[in-house]
Design a protein around this ligand. Structure first.
Ligand code: SF4
Length: 393
């Protein structure tokens, strides 16, 4: 029987429901299908999800509580001069919304996430909690060797969780599934850049967020359905400017803020939202040692980012290349308040953009920001002024 593809409206409805579900009902339902099923959460920014998947588990991206969670206990664990995501993540856990997760992985991104991993171990000693360190040295013999040891250690911890020995063949299979998923996410981003009126970022973002929760094959199918269906949506180009949003890689802006940027006259043609889905920029090798393939992908094909050492090419050069490749009119720095990695990089980005004559503007947010009027006025003015300048003789 031929499968009927869901409509764009149905896909948006499904992904919005997943986004709003702070009880992770999908994860509970997925686990209920077999007593041997396990789910392992991971914090932003990047996680080699293939390793969790190959262990027969569901990788679940945890991105805080957004603007729909009241912080009752979480604030007591962190100083007021830190970003919001650690307190809302603690709140999710203390309110038992993360009970379906059998473990958590905290990738190295900043000191806040490192502290959160320590706190997790104290609060939930019965659950697996791992800090996953990424190399800042990209020599295969040094950083590569170190990262391989990290991945081997994570693999062993997962193996203990479900009492199954790691299988290379399973890891290769998972690599193939995630390669396909990444290709479709790339196709989504490329389509949005070429026809931004067809793919609103509101919808693209919800699709990415769904990939944090859904089984990878289900998510891949959803992306395929959307890409096919959206082509026939009756959407017309508008007089918007094209911008790249930078700085929102960890604590995510509220959905209403993304909508506000679009309504203020911007087509977002690239961004660093939900970066784990696009961290690896090329297919991971499906031949040879699969663990080595993951290491090589990280060393050679991972995107530029604030918590990653820039090597010989400054990050602002990557950003300028991105502006050119996406034919963007300007850059919007949108970083969470108190996000050290994003805010420390910002002056370098700004200097590089100014030297290259690329317009930019800046604001800060928190995941629970509720008022967008100021941002709408600021971005609306940015958009209008760019249109005026570009039309000036
Ligand atoms: S938002 Fe920034 S400071 Fe906060 S946990 Fe994420 S990377 Fe660290």
């Amino acid at each position: 029987m031929t499968r009927l593809r869901p409509t764009v409206a149905e896909i948006v409805e499904q992904t919005l429901a997943l986004y709003e579900d702070l009880d992770f009902s999908y994860v509970r339902a997925w686990k209920s299908k077999s007593t041997s099923r396990r789910a392992v959460g991971f914090m932003p920014v990047y996680m080699p999800r293939e390793i969790i998947h190959a262990a027969g588990m569901l990788p679940v991206g945890v991105m805080g509580g957004g603007d729909r969670l009241d912080i009752i206990k979480g604030d007591a664990y962190f100083q007021s001069y830190l970003c919001h995501i650690p307190r809302s993540t603690i709140e999710l856990a203390l309110s038992h919304r993360l009970d379906s997760l059998d473990g958590m992985v905290f990738p190295s991104i900043c000191d806040v996430i490192r502290n959160l991993s320590g706190m997790w171990k104290l609060l939930f000693p019965e659950k697996m909690a791992r800090y996953l360190d990424f190399p800042q040295n990209f020599d295969p013999a040094l950083g590569g060797r170190f990262y391989r040891q990290e991945l081997e250690s994570l693999r062993s911890a997962l193996s203990e969780l479900n009492a199954l020995p790691p299988q290379d063949s399973a890891l290769t299979h998972s690599i193939c599934l995630f390669n396909k998923n990444r290709r479709l996410v790339k196709a989504l981003y490329d389509l949005r850049a070429s026809k931004p009126w067809l793919v609103p970022t509101y919808e693209a973002y919800l699709l990415l967020r769904a990939g944090n929760i859904l089984d990878v094959e289900e998510h891949t199918q959803l992306l395929e359905d959307y890409l096919v269906r959206v082509e026939s949506e009756p959407r017309k180009p508008m007089d918007n400017i094209r911008v790249i949003v930078v700085g929102s890689f960890c604590e995510q802006p509220p959905l209403g803020l993304i909508l506000t940027l679009e309504r203020a006259g911007c087509y977002i043609v690239d961004d660093d939202f939900v970066l784990a889905s696009r961290w690896i920029t090329a297919d991971i090798s499906k031949t040879g040692d699969p663990l080595e393939a993951l290491v090589e992908a990280y060393l050679k094909n991972s995107t530029f980012h604030s918590s990653k050492f820039e090597g010989s090419t400054p990050k602002w050069r990557h950003l300028i290349e991105q502006v050119k490749a996406r034919q963007a009119d300007g850059v919007v720095f949108a970083a969470p308040s108190f996000c050290d990695p994003a805010l420390l990089d910002q002056p370098q980005y700004e200097k590089g953009l100014e030297e290259a004559g690329i317009a930019h503007t800046t604001f800060k947010y928190a995941e629970n920001t509720g008022q967008f009027q100021n941002i709408r006025e600021q971005i609306g003015t940015f958009s209008d002024s760019l249109k005026l300048w570009s039309e000036a003789p």
